[in-house]
Design a protein around this ligand. Structure first.
Ligand code: 0PR
Length: 377
């Protein structure tokens, strides 16, 4: 740090220069991200609430109420308006919090968590920090976790089973009803990672694309991760963690005697009230109808890409959600050429090319992408 401060103008000049080097969602070139340009009301909420701290919520009762209402809205979206939970920093913290509570509730000497091979890498971090043994379960041909193998893997040390509703790489939904049965039969927690799918699947279902039961309407589901900073259109950071049984929060309770609230149930201490306000604001502003239309937009474009690629003879996997994965014997060259033409695509662990079609992607972008792809081929 310099001895003397710069003028605001000078500081802003530096910021502008840095920001100019960033990619922008609005350019429609980012086809690799689950995040997107936030709804304008989320930005306003951030400005209004930027100094609030839910780590000392007694100082900010208004903000705390918005968090509670946001949690009720998320719970209603996911089949249980009385679920307990918090707006956290993202899917990583939400998944960690779920496993933290499940581990403590299970009280095993050598706790294990049963994880689909397709689980997001945040679970690896959670297992490492929580001292949980990860028992990895392979997926079937349709890329959902093999529930027969999950059943076999459940044992005396199982603290939790994880199911995925909208996998990171393929956007696929595990057979959560079967996992729910297994969890109930064995009296273990089932955590559903719907970080991505939570704001997508309910609306795809309403639009008639299919049915993928994954939420609290299944009796074995104990907790759900759902991220407002993905398809929820809230601003980063905002994740959501919901628990069916509010009593489980006692298992992760920490005393904070000198604060305005004497107990905390979140990993973070000082935490963003702006995240809660933004999430509340976006959900109020969008309504179910707003999200349904946004999801319709994304899914229609995903299918347009699917059909366009099929017509070019590319091996493309039929998309469950707005994630499209294709393979080609020249996939490295194709991915490289697309990148040279300014497209940002990602690759699965298997090396396939992966596209995530979020609200910042428009019809013209998809058309230009198909033209470029045809050129590359
Ligand atoms: N669970 C699932 C199913 C996820 O897909 C992700 C993140 C997480 C949990 C963790 O969430 P946080 O990243 O909020 O902690 N999935 C994206 C991914 O890893 C995150 C992402 C978002 C990556 C935007 C890139 C990007 O530009 O692909």
């Amino acid at each position: 740090m310099d001895e003397k401060g710069l003028s605001e103008e000078e500081v802003l000049g530096i910021l502008e220069e840095a920001r100019a080097r960033d990619l922008k969602y609005r350019d429609g070139r980012i086809l690799s991200s689950m995040c997107t340009a936030p709804h304008p009301v989320a930005l306003k909420a951030h400005e209004m609430f930027f100094e609030t701290n839910l780590g000392d919520a007694g100082l900010f009762p208004g903000t705390r109420e918005l968090e509670r209402e946001a949690v009720v809205m998320l719970g209603s979206l996911l089949g249980n308006p009385s679920a307990a939970g918090f707006i956290v920093s993202g899917g990583t913290e939400a998944n960690l919090t779920a496993l933290w509570a499940a581990r403590n509730a299970a009280g095993k000497d050598k706790p294990e968590v049963i994880l689909p091979d397709t689980a997001h890498f945040s679970f690896q971090k959670a297992c490492d920090t929580l001292g949980l043994e990860a028992v990895r379960i392979p997926v079937r041909e349709d890329r959902t976790v093999d529930t027969g193998l999950v059943e076999e893997a459940v044992g005396d040390n199982t603290a939790a089973i994880v199911g995925i509703a909208g996998s990171t790489e393929y956007g696929i939904v595990d057979d959560i009803p079967a996992l729910s049965e297994i969890a109930l039969e064995n009296s273990v927690c089932l955590h559903v990672d719907a970080a991505f799918g939570g704001f997508v699947l309910p609306f795809l279902e309403e639009l008639g694309y299919g049915s993928w039961p994954f939420d609290f309407s299944l009796p074995g589901v104990s907790s759900i991760t759902v991220d407002p900073h993905k398809m929820g259109l809230s601003a980063i950071p905002s994740g959501g963690i919901l628990f069916r049984d509010p009593g489980i929060l006692e298992r992760i309770e920490t005393e904070s005697p000198y604060l305005t609230e004497k107990r905390q149930h979140t990993l973070l201490g000082t935490r963003s009230g702006a995240a809660a306000a933004a999430t509340f604001a976006v959900m109020k502003a969008m309504g179910r109808q707003g999200y349904r239309e946004t999801v319709r937009h994304c899914m229609e474009l995903t299918l347009k890409l699917y059909r366009g690629m099929e017509a070019m003879g590319i091996e493309v996997f039929y998309p469950t959600t707005n994630i499209l994965v294709f393979d080609h014997r020249e996939r490295d060259r194709i991915a490289g050429e697309l990148s040279r033409r300014g497209w940002v695509v990602s690759r699965t662990r298997q090396g396939e090319v992966r596209l995530v079609i979020m609200p910042h992607v428009g019809k013209e972008d998809v058309e230009r992408f198909l033209d470029d792809l045809e050129g590359v081929l």
